[in-house]
Design a protein around this ligand. Structure first.
Ligand SMILES: C[S@@+](CC[C@H](N)C(=O)[O-])C[C@H]1O[C@@H](n2cnc3c(N)ncnc32)[C@H](O)[C@@H]1O
Length: 387
């Protein structure tokens, strides 16, 4: 293959691309995709000041409110604007996936693969203090980064974060069923990062037994953060950890669910190019391992299915991945639609002027990295019909 000789990509990755009918040349050229930032609502008047600080113009993304593009080499992490939480680093395609979710203030939203949390923060901003956000991720350290982000941007009030397996997570927003509250001394108080001696001792023991903890974590969600208005404070553990019945979910499930599923990340050109310095062997291990990619599509279907189960009747779910393969996108969607009669694929109205094209299934969308000048992303939107 001609690309093999000119491209630094390893043979295994080229094989992966070939198997999935993807063109390797998209990784061969230097990535000229702009950087994107989202302005925190309320800081619109600060744009000029931010431009002066980072010494470049913030170009408004015409098709996505609140988003700006920057040349790819501009660094924002050291800027005051970033450190003080006026701007977020988030790709425009990611912003599109959140926009597709049609979040309105008052919604109870579940983000089933939430970490590190760029999309979750955008969801919280869209809620404008009303409703709740439940963020779930299987990785404790990635979810801890999400918690840090919520605190940095002062967005924690209506959020709760659970380390849990999104494929089996089964908790609903508490405050929608608050009538069931009973008097108890064990109500949860305001969340604090300070730990008591007892808790520190418990954590030390748990650390020694990390493997067992991992297994247990997969069984029971671990609440690692909650805000004052997240529907946790004042409730008992048993109220929060109560498993809803299937019929209860139809009325008291989430209004919106985002399943931004774990994937091979091959659509994120910037991410793949980073492996040049991280080492191609880690790409092999983390992305290409055949068993892992086979398991991934099973996991993606399970995450999508469980996210949909937790959605209330009339609710909206968005499934997205940053993979360009059909196996992780259209094939998963096709199987899901076969298995779930109450799922209806929806047109994404907001996408009329987005720089994306249809996926292989009508109504699904693909952001092609070069054509859209964003990171690659697949997006599908579903409505849960009344049964
Ligand atoms: C594409 S990333 C999510 C990015 C995130 N939505 C954001 O905007 O920052 C996928 C995430 O899925 C998480 N993940 C993998 N397996 C999972 C599972 N079984 N349940 C929940 N999360 C999982 C990974 O830890 C990773 O953080």
């Amino acid at each position: 293959m001609e690309e093999t000789s000119t491209s630094p990509l390893p043979a295994a990755f080229l094989d992966f691309l070939k198997e999935n009918d993807l063109d390797p040349s998209i990784y061969a050229a230097t990535d000229s995709t702009p950087r994107y930032v989202r302005l925190k609502p309320g800081y619109e008047a600060d744009v000029e000041e931010i431009e002066a600080e980072i010494k470049c113009k913030l170009e408004k993304v015409s098709w996505l409110p609140g988003f700006y593009s920057l040349p790819p080499d501009v660094q924002i992490a050291g800027s005051q604007a970033y450190k003080t939480g006026k701007i977020y680093g988030i790709d425009a395609a990611s912003g599109a996936a959140v926009t597709a979710l049609d979040v309105s203030p008052g919604n109870h939203v579940l983000d089933l693969c939430a970490a590190p949390g760029a999309k979750l923060c955008m969801i919280v901003d869209l809620l404008d203090g009303l409703g709740s956000v439940t963020g779930v991720d299987v990785s404790q350290h990635r979810l801890a980064a999400c918690r840090t982000m919520l605190q940095k941007y002062a967005l924690g009030d209506i959020c709760r974060l659970f380390v849990a397996n999104g494929a089996t997570f089964s908790l609903i927003p508490v405050n929608v069923t608050s009538e069931s509250r009973s008097d108890s001394v064990d109500r949860l108080k305001e969340w604090t990062s300070r730990k008591s001696w007892k808790e520190r001792k418990k954590a030390a023991i748990a650390k020694q037994n990390a493997a067992a903890e991992l297994v247990q974590r997969c069984q029971e969600p671990e609440l690692i953060f909650y805000g004052l208005k997240s529907g946790v404070v004042g409730f008992t553990k048993s109220e929060i950890y109560r498993s809803p019945s299937e019929s209860e979910l139809l009325s008291y499930g989430y209004d919106r669910v985002l399943v931004d599923a774990e994937c091979t990340h091959d659509g994120s050109i910037k991410h793949i190019q980073k492996f040049e310095s991280w080492g191609w062997t880690s790409l092999q291990r983390r992305v290409l391992d055949a068993e892992r990619t086979d398991n991934l599509t099973v996991l993606q279907l399970r995450l999508l299915t469980n996210g949909f189960r937790l959605l209330k009747s009339g609710g909206i779910l968005v499934y997205s991945t940053c993979s360009l393969t059909v196996a992780q996108n259209e094939d998963v969607v096709e199987q899901f639609l076969k298995d779930n009669a109450s799922a209806e694929l929806q047109e994404i109205e907001a996408a009329r002027n987005w720089p994306c094209k249809s996926g292989r299934i009508p109504k699904t969308l693909r952001f092609d990295p070069w054509a859209s000048q964003t990171s690659g992303l697949f997006v599908a939107k579903f409505l849960k019909l009344a049964e």
